[in-house]
Design a protein around this ligand. Structure first.
Ligand SMILES: NC(=O)c1ccc[n+]([C@@H]2O[C@H](COP(=O)([O-])OP(=O)(O)OC[C@H]3O[C@@H](n4cnc5c(N)ncnc54)[C@H](O)[C@@H]3O)[C@@H](O)[C@H]2O)c1
Ligand SMILES: CC(C)=CCC/C(C)=C/C=C/C(C)=C/C=C/C(C)=C/C=C/C=C(C)/C=C/C=C(C)/C=C/C=C(\C)CCC=C(C)C
Length: 587
């Protein structure tokens, strides 16, 4: 373990050490630069801050032909993959992570431009507190001896909604609930009952030790120790937040507000959002609170990768896995685009299930389990993201860190470009931008179809036009003079996300095709291919950094049991896995 001071300062490695150059260049979108300007190669000249990892990173995966066998190979270093890898390494396994890009993190990566440090994806971090059982990011870092300094956010999000409805989600639950009741006094009882039900579920979750729900010895021991809590979770597992809200609330506008609450974490309305997931985020934001890592979200992946290497495992960058290698129907390794092969007892894919089964496995027939998954879930749209550096003077004093904007019409909530997400992480951590400046990270949902089949020139013009319209809307609603305050602007389209995050159609994650039975249909980590596991947002419990961290913890536990690092019972395994498979077919 590195000295405490080094660990505490690890995230600061992302931030320029001396006062960064003032960024005065107006950089209109030019050329596809990856996620919000994530230009391939732009970071190649920068030495990745985790030295131990950088040294391991040879070109195209480094290493020679046919290396191994490892205990596990993890394809991809998103937070899901890294948590699975580090948990396994902490249990004594020898793991190899193969990442296509130059740095770890996937959607939770970072990039730097002209003194600005941008988060590629969300800046709203759940699971980063120092209490309870659901602080999964804190726990994942701790498992490999890492700790990050965090800045508590006084609020989760400021909603700006139709009819000039403005709701600030305060960190303190009572402040939030009182604000909501003040807007809907006639629904006081319904509000208390709905959010009260969320707390009942959250408290049950928070009382459990979280490990693999596919491992019977653990699952039965939890049922034995916490029967009421487990039965509560089993009861709500197939239910959705919108149905529960309708039991207590009649006001249509308030139900639409709850739709918006769910949409920001599931990209669908409350009727399609599993109640367990809604409860998790609607309560953790008050229990542990939203906490931002000093130096930016990218520091989480860097710290995990650093810890992984220190535990004796490896991560290799520029390692593009093109095949999962099967032997007698069992996954035994992977092949890279340059033909190199690596072998392991188990293979864990952090690529989406569409990529894993559509591209990495060359089998002609999709397994029944995956057919069932694709029957129940479609790819959520991708998004358009705008990363901007602006003059600080454009933000009024006391501006909140995160905003959600839907101006006039509730019907636009789920439509492409309908609602706007905005994060200003420099409100919490000014070191992410040159002095006198702020970062605005804006994103909105967008399908890939409308971005394909057009010429390069049309593509560039379209990015500029769509981004300018979103900026105009924010200028009108929140920040007069926004356009003129911009010093740096980079726009990522759905195609950018597909290319640089290696996500099928740039998808944000899985989205229920219709009205789901809560989380019942969501597959866990095992797959119908022996030795092959999936991790990340197309596994239980779905989208979200904390959700994929949980999927990583579950996956590592199941894999550890299968390779003999944790207890297991083959007879009970067969029974439970069969039962879970059958339950999923009921959804
Ligand atoms: N704007 C946002 O807020 C935003 C955007 C996107 C995602 N996210 C969050 O991140 C979550 C996703 O996390 P995750 O862990 O599931 O995945 P991820 O997409 O973040 O990471 C997957 C990683 O696997 C790598 N990869 C994919 N295919 C590969 C291959 N064939 N060979 C080698 N490497 C390969 C990718 O380069 C990437 O680094 C989402 O659910 C979402 O919550 C947030
Ligand atoms: C097995 C069986 C069948 C049964 C049994 C019973 C039991 C025991 C059960 C149990 C269960 C459990 C444990 C579960 C768990 C779960 C969890 C943990 C979950 C979680 C979740 C999470 C989530 C979903 C999250 C999400 C988040 C997100 C997505 C976020 C996002 C954000 C964003 C986008 C941002 C926004 C921005 C602005 C506004 C600016």
């Amino acid at each position: 373990m590195p000295p405490l001071a080094a660990r505490l300062h690890a995230p600061l490695l992302l931030v320029p050490a001396v006062s960064p150059r003032p960024a005065t260049r107006l950089c209109a979108a030019s050329g596809p630069r990856g996620v919000g300007g994530f230009r391939r190669g732009a970071l190649a000249s920068e030495k990745p801050p985790v030295v131990a990892v950088a040294e391991k990173a040879g070109g195209e995966g480094g290493g020679g032909q046919g290396e191994g066998p490892y205990d596990a190979i993890v394809i991809g270093s998103g937070i899901g993959g890294l948590v699975a890898a580090t948990q396994l390494a902490a249990k004594g396994a020898r793991v190899l992570v193969l990442e296509k890009y130059l740095i770890p993190g996937g959607s939770s990566g970072y990039y730097r431009r002209d003194g600005f440090t941008f988060d590629v994806g969300s800046s709203v971090m759940f699971g980063f507190s120092d209490k309870g059982n659901l602080n999964l990011i804190t726990q994942a870092l701790e498992a490999v001896g890492r700790k990050m300094e965090v800045l508590p956010d006084p609020s989760t999000v400021h909603f700006h909604l139709p009819g000039d409805l403005s709701v600030l989600v305060h960190r303190k639950y009572e402040d939030f609930i009182n604000e909501l009741i003040s807007k809907f006094p006639h629904e006081k009882e319904g509000i208390i009952k709905f959010y009260g039900t969320c707390w009942k579920i959250f408290n049950s979750l928070n009382s459990l030790e979280l490990k693999s729900l596919e491992e019977p010895l653990y699952l039965f021991s939890q049922f034995f120790q916490k029967p009421l809590e487990c039965l509560t979770l089993a009861y709500y597992l197939p239910q959705n937040a919108g149905d529960i809200a309708r039991k207590f609330i009649k006001d249509q506008e308030l139900l639409s507000f709850i739709d918006a609450e769910c949409f920001i974490v599931s990209t669908v309305n409350a009727l399609q959002t599993p109640m367990i997931n809604a409860s998790m985020v609607l309560c953790d934001r008050h229990f542990g609170g939203i906490n931002y890592p000093v130096g930016g979200v990218g520091g989480i992946a860097l710290s995990l990768a650093d810890g992984l290497v220190e535990k004796g495992s490896e991560i290799r960058y520029k390692a593009n896995v093109t095949n999962v290698v099967l032997e007698n129907g069992k996954a035994v390794g992977v092949r890279l685009s340059n033909g190199k092969e690596f072998f392991a007892k188990t293979v864990i894919s952090n690529a989406t299930r569409w990529d894993t089964f559509g591209k990495l496995l060359k089998e002609k027939e999709l397994p029944e389990e995956e057919k069932n998954f694709q029957k129940n879930y479609v790819k959520a749209p991708s998004f358009l993201s705008i990363h901007m550096g602006v003059k600080a003077s454009v933000l009024p004093a006391g501006t909140d860190c995160h905003h959600f904007v839907l101006e006039d019409n509730w019907n636009n909530l789920e439509k492409p470009y309908g609602s706007i997400f905005l994060s200003i992480p420099t409100v919490l951590d000014p070191s992410l931008a040159p002095e006198g400046h702020h970062i605005l990270h804006i994103f909105t949902t967008a399908g890939i179809e409308a971005w394909e089949g057009i010429s390069r020139k049309e593509y560039e013009e379209k990015k500029e036009m769509v981004a300018n319209e979103i900026i105009r809307r924010l200028e009108k609603k929140l920040f007069p003079g926004l356009q003129d305050s911009i010093v740096l602007k980079e726009v990522g389209s759905p195609k950018t996300h597909r290319r640089f995050l290696a996500r099928n159609d740039g998808t944000y994650g899985p989205m229920p095709r219709g009205k789901p039975k809560g989380l019942l249909a969501m597959p866990f980590n095992t797959t119908s291919i022996d030795g092959l596991y999936c991790v990340g947002d197309s596994c239980f419990p779905g989208q979200g950094v904390i959700a994929v961290a949980f999927s990583g913890i579950m996956c590592a536990h199941r894999v550890a049991a299968d390779i003999g690092l944790e207890q297991k019972s083959p007879a009970l395994d067969a029974g439970l896995l069969g039962l879970l498979r059958w339950l999923r077919t009921l959804a």
